[in-house]
Design a protein. Structure first.
Length: 110
């Protein structure tokens, strides 16, 4: 309704209608930009969780689905429930693994 009224005012050359159209555009563009930014942040978190879970010897697929559907709450659940310990670099493949693990989860070498 607001958009129709502001278009009618814009067509008549009303300066207040032009300002209303500009404000409406900025609100819509800002909302879309925030949604895209939130989506990109979730994708980055998914990649990080998958890599971190693999390095800690966990199944990353379960955590990816949890974070995909719950967002930042799922990330908090992951951070509190993941195994704690130091990550060291594997001498064979160069990926990170937990210091306490006997074999590397990436290359299965000791």
């Amino acid at each position: 309704m607001f958009f129709i009224l502001s278009n009618a005012a814009f067509a008549q050359g009303n300066p207040q209608g032009e300002a209303a159209c500009g404000a409406c555009f900025l609100v819509i563009a800002g909302t879309i930009a925030l949604a895209v930014l939130y989506f990109m942040l979730n994708i980055a978190i998914l990649f990080w969780v998958a890599k971190d879970a693999k390095s800690r010897g966990m199944d990353g697929a379960m955590w990816i689905f949890l974070i995909l559907f719950t967002g930042l709450i799922g990330l908090a659940i992951y951070l509190f429930s993941r195994p704690q310990g130091n990550l060291i670099q594997c001498a064979s493949c160069g990926n990170f693994r937990m210091q306490a693990s006997r074999v590397c989860p990436h290359c299965s070498n000791t």
